[in-house]
Design a protein around this ligand. Structure first.
Ligand SMILES: [Zn+2]
Length: 316
């Protein structure tokens, strides 16, 4: 357990009233103002950047996190896994990738009874750093196929309807040399346009690994050391401009959640709330990352298109 600093306490308005586990709570509604008779239709636990490995503290930490989610007094309906589930396979060889695959499956099977909707993170893509992984690119489960197999998914991006809401899961890991940049490929962007058209007026929720828009992307590293703020394209979607413009045409897009930065922030822009929901692993299982402790997002969706969100510590 880590001490909560006074500054964090002050930020967490109403922390005491929320009971143990609360670090920072935001109660938000966007779009239609909440109606008095609104009903909650879905409670989501957003777990992102777990970075699970067989060695080190991540296994115990993740199990504790899953216990916290399963034991919440106000029960969770579904877990949204935001990606970077395994420590890393982007630059790892076949043997290490297999070991991480088996470990993730085992831990999840033994400790999770809730349904999970998965999103692919950059660290879940196998071998794209060919120099370090030794991959040729011809391996049958190279790249995102590895992640699709791990999460039992057909495609790296998709959408579905549930509880009167429309859900879109994006894949923003785009190849660039031995690394990646964060953006949608053009085919996916066209798909997104058509999908939003089909969603009509349904309140819409977007899950991605890398943030489309995030304030904390400024603080991941020393982005200002040149005298200008520089946010690398691998940290926040480099094609955010076109995505934001698309959302502007679809007022039913209410909330977009992400991870990747390991910091918690909330940005409201053009009536859309962008939540970057910290990380289960905090500072890669070494405590806080800057001011953000290890935690999870809880998002409650309502039948009038409004929502409320919180970021909760689970480690107590
Ligand atoms: Zn990531």
């Amino acid at each position: 357990m880590e001490r909560i600093s006074r500054r964090e306490m002050l930020k967490g308005i109403g922390t005491a009233a929320l009971g143990a586990g609360a670090w920072l709570t935001l109660r938000t509604s966007v779009g239609a103002s909440p109606t008095p008779a609104r009903k909650r239709v879905l409670r989501i636990a957003h777990l992102t950047d777990i970075h699970l490995a067989p060695e080190g503290p991540s296994t115990q930490g993740f199990i504790r996190c899953l216990q916290f989610v399963h034991e919440m007094k106000d029960p969770v309906d579904v877990i949204f896994n935001g990606g970077d589930s395994v420590a890393d396979v982007f630059g790892q060889n076949a043997e290490r990738a297999q070991s991480l695959f088996n470990h993730w499956r085992k831990v999840l099977k033994e400790n999770c009874k809730l349904p999970v909707e998965h999103c692919v993170g950059n660290h879940d893509v196998w071998g794209w750093n060919k120099e370090r992984s030794g991959c040729t690119g011809n391996e049958p489960n190279y790249g995102k196929k590895w992640a699709l197999e791990l999460f039992e998914l057909e495609t790296p991006y998709r959408s579905f309807d549930r509880a009167g809401w429309h859900f879109i899961v994006l894949d923003c890991t785009f190849p660039q040399g031995n690394g990646y940049t964060a953006r949608l490929d053009d085919e996916q962007f066209e798909w997104l346009k058509a999908d939003l058209q089909k969603a009509g007026n349904k309140p819409t929720f977007v899950l991605s690994h890398q943030p489309i828009l995030s304030a904390s992307a400024y603080f991941d590293g020393e982005n200002e050391k040149t005298g200008n703020w520089v946010v690398p394209g691998a940290w926040m979607c480099i094609d955010a401009r076109r995505v934001v413009e698309l959302f502007y045409q679809h007022k039913n897009v209410k909330v977009c959640i992400s991870g990747h930065i390991h910091l918690y922030d909330r940005v409201d822009y053009n009536g859309v709330t962008y939540l970057c929901n910290g990380a289960v692993s905090g500072g890669w299982w070494g405590g806080n990352y800057h001011q953000t402790p290890p935690g999870i997002g809880i998002i409650d969706l309502y039948n009038d298109g409004s929502f409320e969100s919180q970021y909760l510590r689970y480690d107590r």
